[in-house]
Design a protein around this ligand. Structure first.
Ligand SMILES: Nc1ncnc2c1ncn2[C@@H]1O[C@H](COP(=O)(O)OP(=O)(O)OP(=O)(O)O)[C@@H](O)[C@H]1O
Length: 248
């Protein structure tokens, strides 16, 4: 079994409007489970994701399963098998759950993976006629993640899926991601360290547009001094990690 990373980003640089946003991001995403991308506000996490997807001009190397994608346009990159759940979830509020999923269909080897989506999230089957705008935050996140699972993707990228959610909903979303990651590896951009602690085996930390740290997530989160230095946690309420409720 190969242990080479599924996604290997090396020296990723992004220049927007004459400003260097990223100047040397290295990131390995594991072939299994959740890899967390961490860093303070403005560190460059979303730009890294956008760089991986080819949504911003970039240089360096971005290999998916060994294949160099850095010169490819976005539509080619995503067809290689990357599903993206953006920070705002990107769902259509005035369409039903079923319609939202249908819009994300892509033909994988065996057609769209509805079996997998309904197995992981039976609630989406039960609510298929409900308007997506009337779902809870956690249920909307199920739709967003469900959409990424429909196209036979090899990697899911979820950008701050718990941002702005109440603790109970954060727990719901963490469970959704945990289940999704059993099927497809996930790159998770996340500020909630309790979620990272629960889900991620590996992590990378960005600071000022560069990779400041990579390694096992538990090791970083278990080292109070490193977590304070790299993530700024432990300095008052604004930086305190919200909790994730215990499993019910
Ligand atoms: N299109 C753009 N034009 C100019 N500056 C940008 C652009 N996109 C991002 N930036 C700047 O680049 C830096 C990194 O932004 P980015 O959104 O990648 O950080 P982030 O780590 O995702 O932050 P947050 O946690 O706040 O979402 C910020 O200073 C941001 O203002």
């Amino acid at each position: 079994m190969t242990t080479a990373p599924l996604l290997a980003v090396r020296d990723l640089r992004v220049l927007i409007g004459g400003r260097h946003i990223l100047h040397g991001v290295d990131l390995d995403v594991a072939r299994h489970g959740v890899t967390a991308l961490l860093g303070r506000n403005g560190a460059g996490k979303t730009t890294t994701v956008r760089g991986v997807l080819g949504l911003v001009p970039r240089t360096g190397s971005v290999r998916l399963d060994g294949e160099e994608t850095v010169s490819m346009p976005t539509h080619t990159v995503v067809r290689l098998g990357i599903g993206y759940a953006p920070e705002d979830r990107g769902i259509f509020a005035s369409l039903t759950v079923a319609e939202n999923l249908r819009l994300a269909e892509r033909r994988g080897a065996d057609g769209p993976a509805y079996g997998l989506v309904h197995e992981l999230f039976p609630e989406l089957k039960r609510r298929e006629r409900q308007l997506a705008g009337t779902l809870s935050g956690g249920q909307q996140q199920m739709v967003a993640i469900g959409r990424t699972l429909l196209g036979g993707n090899r990697l899911i990228i979820a950008d701050e899926p718990t941002k702005g959610l109440a603790p109970k909903v954060v727990t719901e979303v963490a469970k959704v991601l945990e289940r999704a990651a059993e099927a497809v590896p996930v790159l998770l951009v996340e500020q909630n360290l309790a979620v990272v602690r629960r889900l991620a085996e590996h992590c990378a930390v960005l600071a000022d547009g560069r990779t400041a740290h990579q390694g096992p997530a538990a090791e970083l989160l278990g080292d109070a001094e490193a977590a304070r230095r790299l993530l700024g946690v432990g300095h008052g309420p604004a930086n305190r990690a919200p909790s994730v409720e215990a499993d019910s």
